[in-house]
Every structure is written in C-alpha cells, then in structure tokens.
Ligand binder design. Structure first.
Ligand SMILES: [Zn+2]
Length: 109
C-alpha cells in the first residue's frame, strides 16, 4: 500500500529521493509536506480535511491506515485533494531510465 510507506508524490519524499527542483516544504512554507502534515495540519487541505473526517471518521494517519477500508478512503481522499497532480511529471522524470539515451541529431535538409 502506497500510503503506508508514504511512497507517493508528497514533497518531503520527492526531495528525499533527490528529484530535481523539489524542496520538501509545502505551499505554506511548512518544513516538510508529509502525509501526516497534509491530513492533519496543512491549511492547503483545511476544507478537504472535513471530508476525510466525515468519510473516514478520523484525520489521524495511524488510525486510518490501521483499517483497510479507512486506508482506501484516505488514499482516495488524497487523490481528490489533487495535491499529487502537479508532482506527476517530477515522478515520471525520476523514474525514467536515461542510461541508453543518445543526443538528438537534426537530419540534414
Ligand atoms: Zn502546509
């Protein structure tokens, strides 16, 4: 499960694995954008947090991930926040194997 290991596109993780041009702070300048941060603390998800509380019954990561159904709810909630959307390209870049790439040569006209 992705959420359990936090192997997803949150900035703290992307910065840790060395994705270029990503620092671990959230849009509010909090030091680390982690799963716990977005679920329980970040103003970015202030309105969405109510949804999580309604659907999952809690905003505590540990409680959500302890229960399979709640973990699924939390995962869908995270996708719904669209926090991961703008990081998709960075993830693709990080996962691309460029070892066999060749410089591009323009054909002569
Ligand atoms: Zn924040």
């Amino acid at each position: 499960m992705l959420l359990r290991t936090e192997i997803l596109g949150l900035r703290a993780w992307l910065a840790k694995i060395g994705v270029p041009n990503i620092d671990p702070i959230c849009t509010w300048g909090h030091s680390r954008q982690t799963l716990t941060h977005v679920m329980a603390f970040c103003p970015d998800t202030k309105d969405a947090r109510l949804q999580l509380l309604t659907r999952g019954g809690t905003i505590h990561v540990r409680d959500l991930l302890r229960d399979k159904n709640k973990a699924t709810i939390a995962e869908q909630w995270l996708l719904d926040t669209r926090l991961l959307d703008h990081l998709q390209t960075a993830i693709e870049v990080a996962n691309t194997d460029t070892t066999n790439w060749q410089p591009f040569h323009m054909p002569r006209a």
